[in-house]
Design a binder for this molecule. Structure first.
Ligand code: GDP
Length: 480
């Protein structure tokens, strides 16, 4: 099939298919009938973006000229028609990285910036190049690269600190735009001042800065449906709000051939022949529930209450073997850093009939024991598992975990969210409101004329029909 026919025109024609098999083949592995359609406006915007990326991408004349501004700081010859860039730097795990990367790409689309990614050592070889005819990889010799991790430097050059200290003037005719600024939008260091990113006035200032460097672990996508200067355009691109992440992640994030081989090998060997596939993502932010059976009981209660698994038939061997047999099989894919949940559940069901007669099989691709940083093999396993979860027919994910959010969004499968471990078996999980990820830390203050935040609290979900508070994070919001 021709590439343009795939994903309803999401991809431009002319890709070398062999260089990225997942881009075309992943559709075959997904259940039918869930295909959301991108708007014609989004498709035309993507084609325009691709042309811009080819014109401004790494090592083009425009790129070389704009890089020089970082050293010289002389913006006198820089005009609004020159190429502007948005550099994405990874923060935290793969789930966090994918939700922030997709959000950053929408910001690039809305501001006519070129997205470059700092893949570092631990993400090299994970993904395909998304833009035909050019690379999205930030060149190794990018001048600020060694400073990305220096907190003091990042803060000194962040838009938040600069506004707070009054060193930047947020006025239309101010000549004081610097060649670069950091956008620190991540949990832990999310200083109040950095919230000014969500103010229109800051955006008008930022539009004059050639280089913006995004550091975020957040799904800040919903903010573009709130910031007045982006709201209309974002809505035009995505008339169906719940599908924003779905379209952007399917456009942008494709496992490399090596990762794709691991995904398909596991899927074909273990999941393909089952009548139904249940994905179960068990993420513990505190390891104390790892060895107790409390969380296993809660997980089982969720699976049984929601009819995702049948009960075990505890009657005598004779009675149960005379019951009518239902020959269907269910494959349960468990992903977790730990082996205990797989061991507990598979032991319960092994060699015992189920009340429905269905055969239940459990699989867990890996148990890494702990989250590792700077390890590309570890990240590869995480990506493989997120994808495998996304190929399941039904999904149970863990509260507040972006790992689960990405699986849910990619698969377009509205998941059940496990409540925090220890929540009990009466109300063990809740159905999510939509497949779009949760934005954990939305802006909660109004902006004043200077582009700073006022002190009064505002609930951003209150007056926006397509934003709701997340089931697993009270203050968070999600597109529905
Ligand atoms: P979050 O922290 O749950 O929001 O998800 P992230 O993906 O951002 O970070 C968790 C990281 O821990 C992952 O990227 C993996 O490195 C590791 N991890 C957590 N759970 C699993 C799992 O079930 N399987 C694998 N392979 N890695 C996991």
């Amino acid at each position: 099939m021709h590439t343009t026919c795939l994903m309803n025109g999401l991809f431009a024609s002319g890709f070398d298919e062999k260089s990225c098999l997942s881009r075309l083949q992943s559709r075959r592995y997904r259940k039918s009938g869930t295909q959301r359609k991108p708007s014609a406006y989004l498709l035309s915007k993507l084609r325009i973006y691709e042309a811009l990326h080819r014109h401004c991408g790494p090592y083009t004349e425009s790129y070389n000229r704009t890089v020089q501004l970082i050293g010289s700081g002389d913006l006198s010859t820089f005009s609004s028609t020159n190429c502007k860039y948005l550099v994405w730097h990874p923060v935290h795990g793969i789930g966090n990285r994918i939700v922030s990367l997709a959000s950053t790409f929408l910001y690039a689309l809305l501001t006519d910036r070129v997205l470059l990614v700092d893949l570092g050592e631990d993400m090299t070889g994970l993904f395909c190049e998304p833009f035909r005819g050019s690379s999205w990889v930030m060149p190794r010799e990018f001048p600020l690269k060694s400073l990305f991790r220096r907190n003091a430097f990042r803060f000194a050059h962040s838009v938040g600190s600069a506004l707070k200290n009054g060193t930047l003037k947020v006025t239309e005719d101010s000549p004081e735009a610097p060649p670069f600024l950091f956008l620190n939008l991540y949990k832990g260091i999310y200083a109040d001042a950095d919230y000014c990113f969500y103010c229109d006035e800051s955006q008008s200032f930022l539009s004059r800065v050639p280089w913006l460097i995004m550091l975020s672990d957040q799904y800040f996508m919903p903010s573009f449906f709130l910031i007045p200067s982006f709201k209309q355009e974002a809505s035009k691109l995505f008339p169906e709000k719940e599908a924003v992440f779905f379209h952007l992640v399917h456009y942008l994030v494709h496992p490399s051939n090596r990762v794709w081989e691991l995904i398909t090998r596991f899927y074909d060997a273990n999941l393909a022949s089952a009548n139904e596939r249940i994905g179960l993502q068990v993420r513990l932010f505190k390891a104390q529930f790892r060895t107790s059976t409390v969380f296993t009981d809660q997980i089982l209660a969720c699976l049984l209450n929601q009819n995702l698994l049948p009960k075990i038939d505890n009657r005598s061997q004779e009675l149960s073997s005379s019951a009518p047999r239902n020959q269907t099989t269910k494959a349960v894919l468990i992903t977790s850093l730990y082996p205990q949940f797989y061991q507990n559940l598979s032991t319960m069901y092994s060699n015992k009939p189920t009340a429905s007669g269905e055969v239940i099989r459990f699989y867990q691709p890996s148990h890494e024991e702990k989250q590792k940083f700077g390890d590309s093999e570890h990240n590869m396993k995480a990506l493989v598992e997120i994808y495998l979860l996304s190929l399941c027919d039904k999904l149970v994910i863990s509260s507040k975990s972006t790992f689960g959010y990405v699986a849910q969004g990619l698969g377009d499968t509205r998941a059940w969210i496990l409540r925090r471990p220890g929540h009990g078996t009466n109300d063990p999980c809740v159905r999510d409101l939509s497949t779009d990820p949760c934005f954990h830390y939305p802006p909660y203050r109004t902006c004043n004329a200077a582009g700073n935040n006022n002190s009064s609290y505002v609930d951003v979900a209150e007056h926006v029909s397509y934003l709701k508070h997340c089931e697993d994070q009270n203050r968070g919001v999600k597109l529905v």
